[in-house]
Design a protein around this ligand. Structure first.
Ligand code: HEC
Length: 209
């Protein structure tokens, strides 16, 4: 496995060296022209990607606004809906709980990630932390490896110190197949987070370096 990678690296270095010597040439050699053209097409591709990203984030904001208008079913007690675009948030850390046949990842919105990186506690108003879980299934490609299977649930903690004053400033929502789970389950959320994670603003997960 390591040999093909080494070869790839060597090939890449080879490419860089010849590009550099092409640049060093005094006149516009054909190889230099090709190199310049490929750089400018790379720039164009990046620009196109950047524009596509800007447009999709603009759309995400628009659809989030329409969700806020109540198009999705909200969690009991807290009234939390699934925030649009959460699947594009940055990873805080993976997590593994023995006994649960799942693979999990904790993601955060921009405010969450900034607070994590700056070490800000308590998390600011508007922070949203998501926990994604998948079934833990044997890989079909490699014996002994487990991969994420179908999604089992997605859970959110939303910081709004005024609205959720009685639960440490956090609102909770757990969804299976896009639908919120029952009230009993939601009654248990804060109790457990309060009992075990009160020293870290009721959030268990720490940022993975
Ligand atoms: C019995 C304890 C317990 C209960 C009940 C519980 N959680 Fe958690 N929660 C945890 C633990 C432990 C973690 C961190 C590890 C993990 O689960 O992957 C966690 C992590 C989270 C995270 C990621 C942020 C963090 O704190 O690390 C979210 C979001 C979350 N839980 C939401 C909920 C919601 C919503 C409910 C209720 C529907 C709930 N939790 C109920 C124990 C609990």
């Amino acid at each position: 496995m390591s040999r093909p990678q080494g070869e790839k690296t060597r090939r890449r270095f080879g490419g860089t060296t010849s590009a550099r010597s092409a640049m060093g040439g005094e006149c516009e050699s054909p190889s230099r022209r090709a190199w310049t053209e490929s750089i400018s097409s790379m720039k164009l591709t990046r620009l196109a990607l950047f524009m596509a990203a800007m447009m999709s984030s603009a759309f995400a904001t628009i659809s989030l606004a329409s969700d806020d208008a109540g198009t999705e079913v909200a969690s009991p007690i807290y009234g939390i809906t699934i925030p649009k675009g959460y699947r594009h948030w940055e990873l805080v850390a993976p997590s593994h709980v023995p006994g649960f046949d799942e693979l999990r990842a904790i993601l955060g919105n921009e405010l969450a990630i900034k607070a994590y990186r700056d070490g800000t506690l308590p998390f600011p108003d508007g922070t949203v932390i998501a926990k994604l879980s998948w079934k833990h299934v044997p890989s079909t490609e490699f014996n002994g490896v487990f991969s994420p299977g179908p999604a089992t649930s997605v859970q959110f903690m939303v910081k709004d110190p005024k609205k959720y004053a009685s639960t440490g400033g956090w609102g909770f929502g757990k969804f299976i197949d896009g639908k919120p789970t029952g009230e009993e389950e939601h009654k248990a959320c804060f109790a457990c987070h309060e009992a075990h994670a009160h020293g870290h603003d009721f959030v268990f997960t720490h940022f993975a370096p």
